[in-house]
Design a protein around this ligand. Structure first.
Ligand SMILES: NC(=O)c1ccc[n+]([C@@H]2O[C@H](COP(=O)([O-])OP(=O)(O)OC[C@H]3O[C@@H](n4cnc5c(N)ncnc54)[C@H](O)[C@@H]3O)[C@@H](O)[C@H]2O)c1
Length: 355
């Protein structure tokens, strides 16, 4: 397996070291050849060279089986131009239309909701990843004056909406999930979200064995807190998915533990923790590497290496259960020590199998 790794900025660098450590360890333990190529694209590189990404950057990425990104964002680049090219650019150019964000509580202790257990917080959010408000259609007229007009258009295409909704239903089928919930704001956004309503009904009719349900996005935010156990698979647009997966991360114990995949089934896909570059934490050995490490598990699982992925997930759960974590989720270890601990638990998995 050939993996391109872009550590990026801030804590992206710190957590990527640990993710790569665990990935290599999983490869060694299970006898898999995992070739890793580090790509230096980040704010430093942009500030030094004026180049966010080489002209053939996306073509380069397509040569790999998977791409891993740490995080991007640096206060020295106020418009985050490099992040737009590297992160959003990869999503758009590689047409990674599925943003796959599991919201799974790793340990009862991590849930901020009173009395909730791991079984109560276990759902997947599929966020549309190539359209919506993120395509950059719009402009500013009379910018900087009191007459300024700022327009940002939300793009919804039949093709884009259909493929993400279909993916949610097909995933539910393949993984024994019984319910798909679609969230939009069709009461207020009568044009764009009427398309979501139409397509959801069409696709749901083709999957009579899966329970389909619609809720408005504001109600979804309420229900996720009141009773997250009612959700199995959620599908929504780019912006709403972005927001509710931060809420989802809070239900899991925080941004530090949330993984994600950016997928185009059958093609090179990209994996990254949900969190950003958290500049104040950068280089201090305090960032939680679990979101990044679990993202490598999603990557291996997606590549068909299910045993390796499961071993990483088991090691992470054990590490959390025994309090071998960073301080944001109640442990006392640093980023590196947490990565070391998880990597070493993957070795004991091998002994497990050998016994
Ligand atoms: N996918 C990405 O690369 C991505 C995602 C979000 C934000 N960003 C960028 O990151 C920069 C900072 O953004 P932000 O502060 O809004 O979001 P952030 O995710 O970097 O941080 C939000 C909060 O979560 C905490 N946090 C995040 N990750 C953590 C971890 N691994 N361990 C412990 N605590 C963690 C931070 O300390 C902070 O309090 C900005 O430039 C933003 O554009 C990038």
């Amino acid at each position: 397996m050939k993996v391109a790794v872009i550590p990026g900025d801030g804590i992206g660098v710190d957590v990527t070291v640990e993710a790569v450590k665990v990935l290599r360890r999983a490869g060694e333990v299970f006898g898999r050849s995992i070739e890793i190529e580090m790509l230096p694209w980040n704010a430093d590189h942009y500030l030094k060279t004026g180049i966010t990404m080489p002209a053939d950057g996306y073509t380069m990425l397509r040569q790999f089986d998977a791409v891993f990104i740490g995080a991007l964002g640096d206060p020295r680049v106020p418009d985050n131009r490099h992040a737009r090219d590297i992160l959003l650019g990869t999503r758009f150019e590689l047409d990674l239309y599925v943003n796959y964000r599991p919201v799974q509580l790793l340990d009862d202790r991590l849930c901020p909701l009173k009395g909730r257990k791991t079984a109560d917080v276990n759902f997947i959010v599929f966020r549309e990843n190539t359209e919506g408000l993120y395509v950059g259609v719009g402009g500013r007229f009379k910018a900087g004056t009191e007459d300024e007009i700022a327009v940002q258009e939300e793009i919804n295409t039949y093709k884009g909406v259909e493929r993400i909704i279909r993916h949610a239903f097909e995933f539910a089928h393949a993984h024994g999930r019984r319910k798909v919930c679609m969230a939009d704001k069709s009461n207020a956004m009568a044009e764009g979200h009427a398309l979501w309503q139409r397509v959801f009904k069409e696709v749901a009719q083709q999957h009579p064995d899966i329970q389909s349900r619609h809720v408005y996005i504001d109600a979804l935010a309420l229900l996720m807190v009141q009773d997250p156990s009612q959700f199995d698979v959620i599908v929504t647009n780019n912006m709403f998915g972005d927001i509710i997966t931060d809420l989802g991360a809070a239900l899991q114990g925080g941004l530090g533990v949330a993984p994600s995949g950016n997928l185009h089934p059958g093609r090179t896909s990209m994996f990254e923790p949900v969190h950003g570059s958290a500049p104040p934490l950068a280089g201090r050995n305090v960032a939680n590497p679990i979101g990044a490490i679990l993202s490598t598990a999603l990557m291996l699982d997606y590549a068909g290496f299910e045993r390796e992925a499961a071993a990483i997930e088991t090691a992470v759960r054990e590490s959390v259960a025994t309090g071998h974590t960073t301080t944001d989720i109640g442990g006392s270890l640093g980023t590196r020590e947490t990565g070391d601990h998880i990597a070493q638990l993957i070795v004991s998995e091998l002994k497990h199998h050998a016994n």
